[in-house]
Design a protein around this ligand. Structure first.
Ligand code: FRU
Length: 558
């Protein structure tokens, strides 16, 4: 008895000192292990090794009921980082290792058993030199598409595709952050967790009176659409008991995006189905009527169509209002991989009609790291504000960060402009980015805005003392803007990364606005005719700027 007490108190002291509590795996086979959760701590910290295959974990409660399933790349011979598993009522983990490390008898030696730790806290202090200072990032873990963005009562809500159990794509949840100024974000608890209909893929929120309604894809054996309701302004959601509310007939059937259409006094919804967009209508968001499909033979079809959006934009200078259909596509982007194309036309509540010839392809941003762009519902002043996920599926899982992976773009406001016979969508940094401007600076820093007034042909070179550089050229004669990141720093993690991206400028550029934030450069024509978003991973911040043919003013971003 005494010995047992002594042991217990030694364990308690070890835990208090943050030391590792050895967990004893119950080995059942070459790939199958059980672990008992006997501690009263809040978390079990799971060690991750990113190059390994996943271990499929079933979590059981005290009644042997499965409470959760998760896939974690448990460390086998090296630990990259730890992720917290909130133990709640967990009593047992049933773990099945995948991959080629399942040799006879090896599983008991995996380092994960030595490196797992019980803890009441999880440290989210930033450990990354590439973590942006004024772009939204998750505190830890993986992020892809922005989801369910809306504005209500002075607060901007941003949900996002989230893996809390590793910094690579897996276990899709909806993470959540809020902001009062669209620039500085505050992390919130997870909003939606996977259930037995599937993991939670992309979707959207609408506001209806006091209620916030989310509709998202339940990604199980098939992709179906589910609802969740929030009565506390989007902080917590309860899932609808009648889910799924919409099922399909194709494997890629996802990313629902509804909106109230005052013209027909009904809800409309657009959803991606393979390489087309389907449009639905509903009185109550629960029963959906199929209206029409758009996309066959229109625009780019080199990949799957994903994350649609559909909205009306007012025309400038007396021009008519037009409807814009956003279609994110992967792969098929102008420089490979993921990108955002769009179509301009009319929508009557039933059918979208594109006004361009089918072969015309329009891109919203000509960089390589601008994907899954969708807009905020209910933005004030009739604004159409969008955020993109600042990465590309070609290398998103490999970019050189660990604690977290991926940021969002800065917020952008959309409008319309004409060039020749075509109407295009203009993209400008949202006015909140002007409000975030601080002091004028003499030199570029790791987080700044560079405004370049051009006088025609302009070359801008950003460089550091290591000889790493990014070269941007506005070619006034050719009417193009280009960004070369082939020598920008770390580029070797993917063959698809070192490239020069080139955009048409649809006329002259008088002023460029270039936003630098540790691992990204976003360049805009201040008038909105060109946007280009690219990641960069310099081994030290760019501290020198050389401009030929223009004048640069640099601002800190607060
Ligand atoms: C786009 C996407 C969506 C899907 C989500 C899954 O990046 O593939 O179509 O809902 O990511 O995380």
């Amino acid at each position: 008895m005494m010995r047992k007490k002594l042991l217990l108190s030694i364990t308690a002291v070890m835990l208090a000192l943050g030391m590792k509590a050895q967990l004893s795996p119950i080995i059942l086979g070459d790939s199958h292990v059980m672990l008992r959760m006997s501690q009263s701590s809040r978390y079990l910290l799971l060690p991750v090794q990113e190059t390994e295959d996943i271990a499929a974990i079933a979590v059981l409660d005290g009644q042997n009921n499965m409470v959760q399933r998760l896939n974690v790349k448990l460390a086998i011979d090296r630990v990259d980082y730890w992720v917290p598993y909130d133990l709640k009522g967990a009593r047992l983990m049933d773990i099945e290792f995948h991959g080629d490390r399942r040799q006879k008898g090896a599983v008991g030696e995996f380092v994960c058993w030595r490196e797992m730790k019980f803890s009441d806290t999880f440290d989210t202090t930033n450990r990354e030199r590439f973590r942006p200072l004024y772009h939204h990032t998750p505190l830890y873990g993986w992020m892809n598409d922005p989801n369910g963005m809306f504005y209500k009562d002075g607060v901007w809500h941003l949900y996002y595709q989230y893996n809390p159990y590793g910094s690579q794509w897996e276990n899709m949840h909806w993470g959540h952050s809020i902001s009062k100024d669209l620039v500085h974000w505050e992390a919130q608890p997870i909003a939606l967790e996977p259930d037995w209909l599937g993991s939670i893929f992309s979707g959207s929120c609408v506001t209806a009176g006091d209620e916030v309604i989310a509709i998202y894809t339940s990604a199980g054996h098939h992709q179906t659409q589910s609802l969740a309701f929030s009565k506390d302004g989007g902080r917590t959601f309860s899932k609808y008991s009648g889910n799924p509310v919409l099922t399909g007939d194709v494997p890629d059937f996802r990313d629902p995006n509804p909106f109230w259409n005052e013209d027909i006094k009904m809800w409309n919804m657009i959803l991606a189905a393979g390489q087309e967009m389907r449009i639905y209508s509903s009185k109550d968001m629960k029963e959906w009527k199929y209206e029409s499909s758009f996309g066959k033979e229109y625009g780019n079809h080199s990949g799957v169509w994903e994350c649609p959006d559909l909205f009306k934009l007012e025309g400038k200078d007396g021009e008519d209002a037009k409807w814009v259909l956003i279609c994110n596509i992967n792969p098929g982007g102008p420089f490979g991989g993921s990108a955002t194309q769009y179509f301009v036309g009319q929508f009557d509540g039933h059918k979208f009609t594109c006004e361009s010839m089918p072969k015309v392809t329009k891109w919203m941003d000509y960089g390589k790291d601008h994907y899954a762009t969708v807009s905020f519902y209910n933005a004030p002043e009739n604004r159409r504000v969008v955020l993109a996920w600042m990465s590309n599926w070609q290398y998103a899982n490999q970019v050189p960060t660990k604690q977290f992976r991926s940021a969002n773009s800065i917020p952008r406001d959309l409008g319309l402009f004409r060039c020749g016979e075509e109407t295009y969508v203009s993209v400008v940094p949202s006015k909140e980015m002007l409000a975030a401007r601080g002091e004028k600076l003499k030199k570029p820093t790791e987080a700044c805005e560079i405004v370049v007034d051009t006088k025609g042909q302009t070359e801008i070179v950003l460089s550091n003392t290591k000889g790493e550089q990014v070269t941007m050229v506005y070619d006034a004669a050719a009417q193009t803007f280009s960004m070369d990141r082939t020598a920008s720093g770390e580029v070797g993690f993917s063959e698809a990364f070192p490239v020069t991206t080139v955009a048409p400028t649809f006329g002259q550029i008088r002023q460029l606005r270039i936003f630098v934030d540790r691992c990204s450069i976003e360049a805009f024509d201040a008038e909105g005719k060109m946007a280009m978003t690219n990641l960069v991973f310099p081994s030290e911040p760019y501290s020198t700027i050389n401009v030929k043919g223009g004048k640069a003013t640099i601002y800190e971003i607060k």
